[in-house]
Ligand binder design. Sequence first.
Ligand code: ATP
Length: 96
Amino acid sequence: MRFHVGAAIAAAAAGIWLRIPAGGWLWLGAAVSAVWTTELINTAVERTVDLATPERHPLAKAAKDAAAGAVLVAASFAVFVGLVVLAPPLCRLLFG
Ligand SMILES: Nc1ncnc2c1ncn2[C@@H]1O[C@H](COP(=O)(O)OP(=O)(O)OP(=O)(O)O)[C@@H](O)[C@H]1O
């Protein structure tokens, strides 16, 4: 979660620096929201599973792995959005 908060702050700082348009902010906001939401749900699933079954169980593993997979999907989308929104203005700034 700390890593994802740091990544969101870095993306926002880059957005301000590169003066991205309103549409870019909407996509960045959607991506950050998706990552934070899935991260919070993942934490809730982990805590609930640990509370329900302290022992190892295949269903506990399936639940935790599915929740972690949701975070991975959202984080991959966020990387894609970051590249699409931030890379073009960064290239223009660096290479004219
Ligand atoms: N009770 C369990 N039974 C079977 N497998 C489990 C169980 N608890 C965890 N695992 C497996 O171990 C992996 C790591 O579990 P853990 O609870 O440490 O999750 P984590 O994502 O590393 O948590 P955290 O974000 O708190 O570090 C899970 O993804 C799952 O595959």
